[in-house]
Design a protein around this ligand. Structure first.
Ligand SMILES: Nc1nc2c(ncn2[C@@H]2O[C@H](COP(=O)(O)OP(=O)(O)OP(=O)(O)O)[C@@H](O)[C@H]2O)c(=O)[nH]1
Ligand SMILES: [Mg+2]
Length: 185
């Protein structure tokens, strides 16, 4: 029930962003098909962008969500794709604390972007299968997540996830479908 369709480019209203190697491609693959990813699955850096189309049924209607992943190395030109966007999934690798401040800078840039003041943001703490709680707490502290959630204009939801064991994927799908989700973070 899923496919990547280059003709749907203009309708991508959700962006998937985050530093290089933070786990965007693998997570999107997992969202498309939970059986397609396990610990042996590998991915290559996204040069340019990828489109992912999620299809599902709700109240007997067919619905489609198009997500555009733009590779972390493309961060200087992410802003070319902000027009018409109403959601951003921002993926941060919590197992790599060396990258947290770079992730923070990119995240703040998104929060400050005039075109993105009214969007919903999902901060995805990825690779939880190789991270652990203390690292996650450190990451949230370094990102000043509590303050951000209080002060940012955007609604920010935080979720822990793993493309390898599937943690958090249900919540991400619910968020994409615009359902309220309750997270402990
Ligand atoms: N253990 C573990 N490894 C992961 C997970 N997600 C991604 N990886 C690994 O992390 C590396 C980078 O993953 P990608 O999904 O390609 O990262 P990306 O964010 O798409 O990177 P760019 O496209 O370069 O911006 C790969 O070697 C993946 O196998 C995860 O949840 N757990
Ligand atoms: Mg990628």
């Amino acid at each position: 029930m899923s496919q990547t369709d280059p003709n749907l480019q203009l309708r991508a209203t959700c962006l998937c962003l985050g530093p290089p190697g933070s786990g965007k491609t693998l997570l999107l693959k997992k969202l498309l098909s939970s059986n397609s990813v396990d610990e042996t699955t590998t991915s290559v850096a996204t040069v340019g962008m990828d489109l992912v189309t999620l299809r599902y049924q709700e109240n007997q209607k067919n619905k489609t969500i198009v997500i555009r992943e733009i590779g972390g190395l493309m961060a200087p030109i992410w802003n070319r794709y902000y027009d018409g966007v109403n959601r951003v999934m921002f993926v941060i690798d919590t197992s790599n604390l060396c990258q947290i401040s770079a992730a923070g800078v990119l995240f703040y840039t998104i929060l400050a972007e005039p075109l993105l003041q009214k969007i919903k943001i999902l901060m995805v703490l990825s690779k939880m299968d190789v991270s652990y709680r203390q690292m996650r707490n450190e990451a949230l502290l370094m990102l000043q997540s509590k303050r951000l959630r209080k002060e940012a204009k955007q609604s920010i939801t935080i979720v822990e996830a793993s493309a390898v064991d599937g943690e958090g994927t249900e919540m991400i799908l619910e968020w994409l479908k615009n359902k309220e989700i309750n997270t402990k973070l």
